[in-house]
Design a protein around this ligand. Structure first.
Ligand code: 5GP
Length: 247
């Protein structure tokens, strides 16, 4: 899906430790239209598999899973990250090592919602080392349900997860062979627009830049001084992004 690849290129941010931040369209603010396109693609890939349940893991998989479930016309279950030590017998449980935080935690799904006759599609945003996906697979197996496959948005192919799951996993976004260093990641010129600290409130100027520079063969970064200033600009062309502050 070119759309997701393009959005990662224009709006993704590289962070320490091989983390790709996608907060402006996937993990925090959510672009529902983009999710719909991903949902349609998951339907194209798994639509003939008789899926009865979609299973994801909280929190970042939930939005994508819900939009996808509308196309499959089935419920979504999200595995909860369990915070209490005593796990009651009425849940399926598995362990997951968080890639982004490095901690091991239990995930649980109530036995009320997953049955042996279920045909389960797993959905998640990233596949990195594969721990989250393996945790979800364990829950499906414990329930005696059938695993139809896994639909993932982005594969970080420089991490080993993809090798473990083979053809059961399909990706709708890019398979990233590596995360380029932050300083070398641009293939297109970047137009940086800032009015310093004094003129930040000039929404009209920033909007004119967005309109004039939108859809060109470059990326545009508007440094607008505050989250409110960024929100005031409304929808922006795909090659333009507004930040409160630029590091
Ligand atoms: P894994 O268990 O495969 O190592 O990591 C997958 C989980 O970690 C996903 O549920 C995802 O939320 C998170 N994750 C892994 N890598 C990244 C990343 O580069 N960026 C973000 N935003 N999340 C990631």
């Amino acid at each position: 899906m070119k759309l997701l690849e393009e959005r990662i290129r224009t709006h993704g941010k590289i962070r320490e430790g091989g983390v790709l931040k996608v907060d402006s369209f996937l993990n925090h603010q959510m672009d529902v239209k983009l999710f719909q396109e991903m949902g349609k693609e998951f339907l194209r890939l798994f639509g003939d598999c008789g899926v009865t349940k979609i299973l994801t893991i909280e929190a970042s998989g939930i939005g994508i899973a819900c939009v996808t479930a509308q196309f499959f016309d089935c419920p979504v279950i999200f595995a909860k990250k369990n915070k209490t030590r005593n796990i009651a017998g009425d849940v399926y449980t598995s362990k997951v090592e968080s890639f982004t935080h490095g901690k091991v935690y239990d995930i649980i799904v109530s036995k009320e919602f997953l049955y042996p006759e279920d045909r389960v599609l797993l959905i998640d945003d990233f596949l990195a080392n594969g721990s989250a996906l393996q945790g979800l697979i364990n829950l499906v197996q414990d329930a005696g349900a059938t695993l139809v496959g896994a639909g993932i948005c982005v594969e970080k192919a420089f991490q080993p997860g993809g090798e473990h799951f083979g053809e059961r996993v399909a990706f709708v976004g890019p398979s990233l062979p590596e995360l380029p260093p932050r300083t070398q990641r641009r293939e297109r010129p970047l137009v940086y627009v800032s009015l310093g600290t004094v003129m930040h409130g000039n929404t009209g100027f920033y909007r004119a830049c967005a309109e004039g520079l939108g859809d060109g063969p470059w990326d545009v970064l508007l440094s607008v001084g505050s989250p409110e200033g960024a929100a005031a600009l409304g929808a922006l062309p795909p090659n333009v992004r507004a930040e409160a502050r630029v590091e």
